[in-house]
Ligand binder design. Structure first.
Ligand code: MGD
Ligand code: MGD
Ligand code: SF4
Ligand code: MO
Length: 730
């Protein structure tokens, strides 16, 4: 047996953990994963790092690897047939060219992937959409995730990423943790929070649920869901009223404080208490703790961004940090802790409808000219469509010329992960041409007119960006199985076939083209990543002495042209959909620790599947369960105005009476059948964290159990799995 160990970056969350994959090269199999001493993980991994690679063996538990390109030769009603690559690429290129000719380039939309493919493929995808297709209709799942953080931070402090690095968290004196559940989402970041606590850091946790962070917090503000802005405005009110501000910092480094103060006047803690249900004294206490240190760190996640006022709450967090002088030194500042392994990177690469790689605006004439010269084409100056607006441009837009007709879905599974699943299914069914480029059959692949099979993590080379702006290498560990190609190859082939040639010999060649166009990344060469283990952007110079930037806004200089941060004060508004008689409970949707997003990967890892499996759970307060006479483990119906699904009841006093929680990982207990499609109008992020629902008892539990079994079987058959094999029982 010939053994090698390959150093790479984990494929799941954006903690950026370094892993050593031990590979049997003769059998082309991974034997185990070892924890390596990376900058963020210091020789530790979570369960997904240790056990999350089994999908490379294609055990076909939930779904299976796609091993050959597939097309529907004779229109929507014809079956997907396996074909050779040449035919598939021709088919895709001809259809896209046809649609472009008939309706114009803006009728085509593409996504990039924040998962396996890495930054090089992200760069190529937006280049393909912009230079070859000729539109800025490119986006990715940051839209449903941290788009509000990017928009809010860019408006306030000029830069949309975490201002500090993960290691700095453990030296914070105060952690203000809002809408963020690190123990589940980023276990290796959670470790830093625990270490900070051990060093004497005070923790403020703002979450409607009792999370692990809430359990170790010095103060837990268990607010009513959807009321973040009333609460953060009240905290600002107290800091101003009790003169806990840093007047010198405000004077020197910011603008807009006067007007902002006026907006905050009415948000007394007593006023906020009536909205949020948090005692006024606790609000005062939290404000004093936060403002009492110059090493206060704000960490946030989906509990603030996935709301209609996501951007405003992000701005409000930046306001708190600015008014207390909590920027510009180590272990201070703001941390929108990015979710997926490469969602920071996919933003970095310009897979956004308004920005080229390196956060350069498509509407800026000089910037556009730079890219036009580099890519040798004329580029559109029109900001593209955000992916959460695709249903609107397919189902609601009446003018055929303004409709979207083709969707190139690269490494995303909107049928499972976008809100209001019925609407997404209707959208994809109505579209003229849908392309899915993925390594696995997914819920979305059933709607494809062409399927392009790609390599997965572990089968290709590239770079990921961790949540704290750290570029790190990912490496090929094994030879891919089946007739698949790397994502970079696939995009290049489609582009070339459509008449815009792309040829690259290596991922480094793509990387070098990208860094030369992006001043913030210019110094981050493969050589330096090799030498230093990684490089945190901005890194302006290729000189080896420029090792990048651990924390941003040094000395209070913000990333706006005049160096000033901007106070933006906004009034609180209620969520879109309130509880009512027929739907008396509020539903919020969160995550499983052992499973990851749409679960094509973790759902096909034997160890992780054994931890938790279909149809998932709905967490309910024991009082609500008692009212409906529901017991733990019983199957129930959960219903909203948009749909219904079956899942298991889990009584827990971690959630408040009147609110229920589900995780979006399940295909049978699919909570996106229920969620609402309404968006934050600035970032266009959906309000996944609040809608009105009902839970109903199912009298005949045996029938319900049979339903789950039959449903699971049907899903596995739809994914092409031979169900006579063992392994997929729910
Ligand atoms: N209800 C509810 N829904 C949510 C959320 C929520 O909180 N509540 N959260 C939202 C958030 S924050 C996010 S980021 C989204 C995530 O949603 P998605 O982006 O849809 O989910 P992922 O599981 O990250 O990956 C998507 C696809 O990428 C494929 N893939 C993985 N590696 C590769 C590769 O190397 N190449 C290619 N071509 N494909 C690959 C996977 O097989 C999978 O089909 O879900 C959102 N949905
Ligand atoms: N194991 C695992 N890890 C993951 C993922 C996964 O699917 N599985 N997904 C990754 C992705 S894509 C992302 S974006 C990150 C997300 O990671 P997080 O940001 O931690 O996301 P969530 O758990 O969805 O939501 C965070 C918290 O918001 C709280 N919340 C709900 N409503 C409100 C509210 O009104 N106010 C406040 N203050 N809080 C509220 C919830 O109770 C929850 O504890 O995780 C990443 N890591
Ligand atoms: S914390 Fe995140 S990056 Fe680290 S091993 Fe776990 S899933 Fe992978
Ligand atoms: Mo995310």
């Amino acid at each position: 047996m010939a053994i090698k160990e390959v150093q790479t970056t984990c494929a799941y969350c954006a903690s950026g953990c370094q892993i050593g994959m031990v590979v049997d090269t003769e059998a082309n199999k991974i034997l185990e994963a070892k924890a390596l001493d990376g900058r963020t993980n210091e020789g530790k991994l979570c369960l997904k790092g240790f056990y999350g690679w089994d999908y490379l063996n294609d055990p076909q538990i939930l779904t299976k690897r796609i091993r050959k390109p597939m097309i529907r030769r004779n229109g929507k009603s014809s079956p997907l047939e396996e074909v050779e690559w040449d035919e598939a690429i021709r088919f895709v290129a001809d259809n896209l060219n046809r649609i472009k000719e008939e309706y114009g380039a803006d009728a085509i939309m593409g996504t990039a992937s924040a998962r396996g493919p890495g930054n090089e493929a992200g760069y190529l995808m937006q280049k393909f959409i912009r230079a070859c297709v000729g539109t800025n209709n490119i986006d990715h799942c940051a839209r449903v995730c941290h788009a509000a953080s990017v928009a809010g931070c860019q408006a306030s402090i000029g830069e949309g990423a975490m201002s500090l690095g993960v290691p700095e968290i453990e030296n914070a004196e105060v952690i203000f943790n809002i809408g963020y559940n690190a123990a589940t989402s980023h276990p290796i970041v959670a470790r830093r929070i625990v270490k900070a606590k051990q060093k004497g850091c005070k923790i403020i946790c703002i979450d409607p649920r009792v999370t692990e962070t809430a359990r170790i917090a010095d103060i837990h503000l268990q607010l009513k869901g959807g009321t973040n802005l009333a609460l953060t405005n009240a905290i600002a009110h107290v800091i101003i009223e009790e003169n806990l501000i840093d007047p010198d910092f405000i004077e020197l480094n910011t603008k807009g404080f006067e007007e902002y103060q006026k907006v905050m006047e009415k948000y007394t803690p007593e006023y906020a208490q009536r909205i949020c249900g948090v005692p006024a004294e606790d609000i005062r206490e939290a404000a004093r703790i936060y403002a009492g240190s110059r090493h206060s760190v704000i960490l946030w996640g989906m509990g603030i961004t996935q709301f209609r006022q996501g951007v405003s709450v992000v701005e409000s967090c930046c306001n708190l940090a600015m008014m207390t002088g909590n920027f510009g030194r180590p272990s201070t500042g703001v941390g929108p802790v990015r979710g997926q392994n490469n969602v920071q990177g996919t933003c970095d690469m310009g897979d956004l409808p308004n920005q080229y790689p390196g956060y350069q605006n498509v509407t800026d004439h000089a910037i556009r000219e730079k890219f036009e010269q580099a890519w040798g084409v004329k580029l559109s100056d029109k900001v593209g469509i955000q992916l959460t607006r695709v249903p609107e441009f397919v189902l609601e837009e009446k003018d055929q010329k303004k409709q979207l007709h083709a969707y190139y879905i690269f490494g995303e599974d909107p049928v499972q992960s976008d809100p209001h699943a019925a609407e997404i299914r209707a959208t994809l069914s109505k579209m003229d041409f849908v392309i899915v480029e993925d390594c696995f059959f997914s819920r979305t692949s059933a709607y494809a007119d062409a399927i392009l099979p790609s390599t997965a993590w572990g089968e290709a080379e590239g770079v990921y960006t961790s949540c704290d702006r750290g570029f790190q290498r990912v490496r090929k560990c094994i030879e891919p199985m089946g007739d698949v190609k790397t994502d970079c190859e696939i995009i290049s082939l489609v582009s070339t076939a459509m008449g815009y040639p792309m040829h690259y010999e290596s991922s480094e060649e793509i990387w070098n083209e990208m860094i030369d166009l992006c001043p913030k990344f210019t110094g981050a060469t493969y050589e330096k990543m090799e030498l230093y283990g990684g490089v945190q952007w901005p890194c302006y110079s290729k000189d080896l002495s420029d090792k990048g930037t651990p924390y941003l806004h040094k000395g209070g200089k913000f990333a706006h042209p005049d160096g000033k941060g901007i106070f933006i004060g906004v009034e609180y508004e209620e969520v879109y959909e309130q509880e009512e008689n027929e739907y008396p409970l509020s539903l919020s949707t969160v995550r499983e620790v052992g499973h990851y997003s749409v679960r094509t990967m973790t759902g096909n890892c034997r160890t992780l599947r054994n931890l938790e499996d279909e149809p998932g759970w709905v967490e309910m307060n024991p009082e609500d369960c008692a009212e409906k006479q529901l017991k733990e483990g019983e199957l129930v119906w959960v219903t909203s105005k948009r749909g219904e699904c079956m899942t298991r009841c889990k009584p827990t006093d971690r959630v408040k009476k009147g609110s229920i929680y589900m995780t979006y990982q399940w295909w049978i207990g699919a909570c996106n059948e229920l969620t609402i499609g309404q968006l934050d109008m600035q970032s266009r992020t959906p309000e996944y964290k609040y809608c009105a629902c009902r839970v109903d008892k199912i009298e005949d539990q045996e029938w319900a159990e049979r339903c789950v079994q039959a449903n699971y079987k049907a899903i596995r058959m739809e994914m092409g799995i031979d169900i006579s094999q063992k392994g997929g029982e729910a």
